[in-house]
Design a binder for this molecule. Structure first.
Ligand code: FES
Length: 157
């Protein structure tokens, strides 16, 4: 049997759809609502959202995979994002990504065994002037050093 949306999520999607000219136009907030409830947008979630909005699953997949704010699989309690785009790369961002991954025992994109951290390599975070840059749960750590990264990881609850 195919997974189904909870009654609460169904109601939320209907409320969202009332605010847009078409059901398809409510795709982004619907994905946000689905992620809040389901934790991640796996294949089943993509299918449920597609069914609820009456759009092809491939369209939902395209949008969900385009935006980095959407999780396609469950992640750790804290999201660590390290920029390796040009400015950050030139200032050691790639080496810092490797060092943080080594420290946590993961590769980019993976979650620590205790479920505490997921580490992502990301494109420009819009703070090139303070490169290299890391975000932990959306909070910037600028002019990143391994010491700063370690301190930020240790202070995460
Ligand atoms: S290149 Fe890293 S913040 Fe812009």
């Amino acid at each position: 049997m195919a997974p189904t949306l909870s009654p609460r999520l169904e109601q939320e999607i209907e409320r969202l759809c009332e605010r847009y000219p078409t059901r398809a136009a409510a795709l982004l907030p619907t994905l946000q609502a689905a992620q809040r409830e389901l934790g991640a947008l796996d294949e089943a979630a993509i299918g449920m959202v597609a069914g609820a909005l009456g759009v092809p699953a491939v369209r939902v997949q395209e949008v969900a995979t385009w935006y980095t704010m959407f999780k396609l699989r469950p992640e750790g309690r804290h999201l660590v994002e390290i920029c390796t785009n040009l400015s950050c790369h030139l200032c050691g961002g790639s080496e810092l990504l490797d060092a943080v991954c080594r420290e946590l025992g993961v590769r980019p994109g993976e979650t620590t065994a205790d479920g505490r951290f997921t580490v992502r390599e990301v494109e420009c975070l819009g703070s090139c002037g303070t490169a290299p840059v890391m975000q932990i749960d959306g909070a910037f750590v600028e002019n990143l050093t391994l010491e700063k990264a370690t301190a930020a990881l240790q202070s995460a609850p």
